[in-house]
Write a protein that binds this ligand. Structure first.
Ligand SMILES: CC(C)(COP(=O)(O)OP(=O)(O)OC[C@H]1O[C@@H](n2cnc3c(N)ncnc32)[C@H](O)[C@@H]1OP(=O)(O)O)[C@@H](O)C(=O)NCCC(=O)NCCS
Length: 181
């Protein structure tokens, strides 16, 4: 049985270009807005998110993205209201390493913003919130793989205090790690 989405992580954050941005846990009911979000990402953004250039976006895949076990994992959604409907503009998540003992284990993070919303401080805010949530839940460290060509994300994680190392098996990828202890 999966733990439900925690309500206490919701916040109305900031107004950008007249849109009020809310950040809240991603829910299973977000299937349609997650689908529209992923389908709308440019090739470049998908490539940087390591989703592959021409990923086949099946219903099963979208279901996987919106089914979160909140007792271990976390997925924060940034949404705006447009014509009385929510539009998903970003997701920051972490997933706990499998096969670990009973306590919290290191978690792998991932983040992606819709192209039109990149470069406006939302990624930094979401990563900071993701880190704070991980810390409050006793997660010992966050890590993620970033393409060596992804200057924006490399800069962002450096500013957030992550250390960067070359990936041991893949020269095109850097590994970013943040100890939270
Ligand atoms: C990478 C990403 C998450 C950053 O989020 P964002 O909202 O665009 O970034 P922000 O506006 O919060 O920028 C925060 C910092 O990141 C750095 N940064 C972001 N975009 C940058 C770019 N294109 N070039 C250089 N630095 C950049 C800057 O240091 C910036 O700090 P500043 O505002 O003081 O200049 C977002 O651009 C994105 O979704 N990219 C595509 C998917 C991706 O790369 N995901 C990461 C996979 S590991």
């Amino acid at each position: 049985m999966e733990a439900p989405a925690p309500d206490d992580l919701s916040e109305s954050w900031q107004v950008i270009h007249g849109y009020s941005i809310s950040i809240r846990p991603l829910r299973r009911a977000d299937l349609d807005i997650e689908s529209a979000f992923v389908q709308g990402l440019s090739q470049q953004t998908r490539h940087n998110r390591l989703l592959g250039g021409a990923i086949n976006i099946s219903r099963t895949y979208i279901e996987q993205l919106t089914t979160i076990d909140y007792s271990r994992d976390m997925a924060l959604a940034a949404v705006v209201m447009s014509e009385n409907s929510e539009v998903l503009i970003g997701v920051a998540r972490y997933v706990m390493e499998a096969g670990t003992g009973s306590g919290p284990a290191p978690c792998e993070f991932a983040i992606v913003l819709a192209d039109a919303w990149q470069g406006r401080g939302i990624g930094r805010h979401m990563m900071a919130k993701l880190i704070a949530v991980a810390r409050s839940r006793g997660v010992p460290s966050l890590y993620g793989e970033i393409l060596s060509t992804n200057q924006g994300m490399l800069e962002l994680v450096k500013k957030l205090g992550f250390r960067l190392q070359r990936h041991p098996q893949d020269a095109t990828v850097m590994r970013a790690t943040l100890d939270l202890g």
